[in-house]
Design a binder for this molecule. Structure first.
Ligand SMILES: [Zn+2]
Length: 450
């Protein structure tokens, strides 16, 4: 039936991505050097072994192509939600003048954790871990901003720096990391509280869309200052925060703020559980701490100059990546949330020289073009074209890297109505489906995950 020989390389649509072309240095045998220590984590080991990231120096990492794809997907997801609340994307400079930090007292508060450097004129700059000073100074530099121009929400997704005394757990606590930071400006505290609630709602949507179970807790304001704060956590044994939860009233708080023995909300003492969490997001209602120190003012209707009320909202983009893997992965296999898996699906065609080889190469392009009718699979499928390797060997790799769906074109592809093997790694199901069945199943599951 499949008499014509079709050269795979000639007919494949250009959009199909091939495993053989990806720069992904995999450690086939995990390096003896990765001795499990108190400073390593499962996500770090897996991301290093499977060529997602590569360490450059303690606490700083190269992101390799698969890692970048995951990051870009996550960033896009966040951008879409940010635009829904009217937040505008900007880029603040990484280098900020240390005088700004002096005027808010944070040069001292952050202390040795701040990376500082001196330019040739002996001016000291900060490699910024956060940008409250920079954004307040920006607003202060725009003269005569009217009350009509607020609320204003500005955000960026950029590298941040922190001179960690002991970088650990890979991307979880590095010296350079990618964070999304949003700053809001309002004319009074009531309006600022409304904006705060709106952003928290937006954060809930972001974490729901990412699809990894999270806990939102009352947080501490710490070095940031302000009056109200919430934290978003992923549960993980290596988490450095302790979360106190009350099963009676549903109250969750950072243990720094809550009693271990009694719920500070409802007073119950038999309903408290404590677990470890990784902080992946943090929101602060700052008030006028920064705007006062840096003269970020606006003009009221009557022409009076008044400090703005600020909010600050962080999302640890690289930390979300690592923490999600920490939470979802098996001991030796990554599992990604579908929302930012580097590729949603991988196709494994028959081995070179097998009797299915010819049919297989034809079916690859047929299945690939059929699946492109599903929006979320466009530009999102990978072909394991290393056909010199057995299907089994490539299946092992696909499971280790954790592509959510694996389609194997094996012995049953020779049947008149070819049958494909579909592995759903998220729920460990294996199904045998024809082309139509594949489409129906994937469409249903990928739309469910949207
Ligand atoms: Zn309670």
């Amino acid at each position: 039936m499949w008499a014509q020989t079709i050269e795979t390389s000639k007919v494949l649509p250009s959009t199909i991505h091939k495993v053989s072309k990806i720069f992904q240095p995999i450690n086939i045998i995990p390096k003896a050097g990765h001795v499990k220590t108190a400073l390593t984590s499962k996500s770090q080991r897996l991301m290093l072994d499977l060529g997602i990231i590569r360490q450059a120096s303690p606490g700083s990492f190269h992101f390799l192509p698969l890692g970048v794809r995951a990051l870009e997907k996550l960033t896009l997801l966040v951008d879409k939600q940010m635009s829904k609340i009217g937040a505008q994307k900007v880029i603040f400079p990484s280098l900020t003048n240390s005088n700004l930090w002096k005027s808010t007292g944070r040069l001292q508060d952050f202390g040795a954790e701040l990376f500082t450097l001196k330019d040739r004129h002996d001016h000291i700059y900060v490699l910024s871990p956060t940008h409250e000073e920079a954004v307040a100074d920006l607003i202060a530099s725009v003269s005569q901003m009217s009350y009509k121009e607020f609320p204003l929400k500005l955000y960026q997704t950029t590298n941040k720096y922190r001179d960690e005394i002991k970088p650990r757990f890979g991307l979880m606590r590095g010296r350079q990391f990618i964070m999304k930071d949003l700053y809001s400006f309002d004319v009074d505290i009531e309006k600022a509280k409304e904006t705060y609630a709106e952003v928290c709602e937006c954060y809930n949507s972001i974490f729901n869309e990412i699809g990894v179970d999270y806990i939102k807790v009352v947080g501490s304001c710490g070095a940031m200052g302000g009056s109200l704060s919430h934290e978003y956590h992923y549960k993980a044994d290596i988490g450095e925060d302790k979360i106190v939860s009350c099963s009676r009233c549903g109250f969750n708080a950072n243990a720094e703020l809550a009693g271990y023995d009694k719920c500070s909300q409802c007073g119950a003492s038999d309903s408290i559980t404590v677990h470890a969490g990784i902080e992946v997001g943090h929101t602060f209602l700052l008030g006028d701490k920064y705007s006062k120190a840096l003269n970020a003012n606006y003009l009221t209707e009557k022409g009076k100059s008044v400090p703005l009320q600020m909010g600050s909202y962080g999302l640890g983009i690289t930390r979300i990546l690592a923490a999600a893997i920490e939470f979802l992965a098996k001991e030796n296999e990554i599992r990604w949330p579908i929302s930012f898996a580097p590729y949603t699906l991988i196709i494994i065609p028959p081995k070179k020289g097998s009797k299915e080889e010819e049919v297989g190469s034809y079916l690859v392009q047929r299945v690939h073009s059929a699946l492109e009718s599903i929006d979320s699979l466009k530009d999102n499928m990978l072909l394991d074209d290393r056909i010199q390797m057995t299907i089994g060997r490539r299946m092992v790799d696909a499971r280790r890297v954790g592509y959510p769906y694996v389609i194997v074109i094996g012995a049953k592809s020779m049947e008149k109505n070819p049958i494909f093997e579909l592995h759903n790694l998220t729920n460990d199901q294996v199904l045998y489906l024809n082309e139509e069945g594949l489409l129906v199943y994937l469409r249903k599951h990928l739309e469910m995950n949207k």
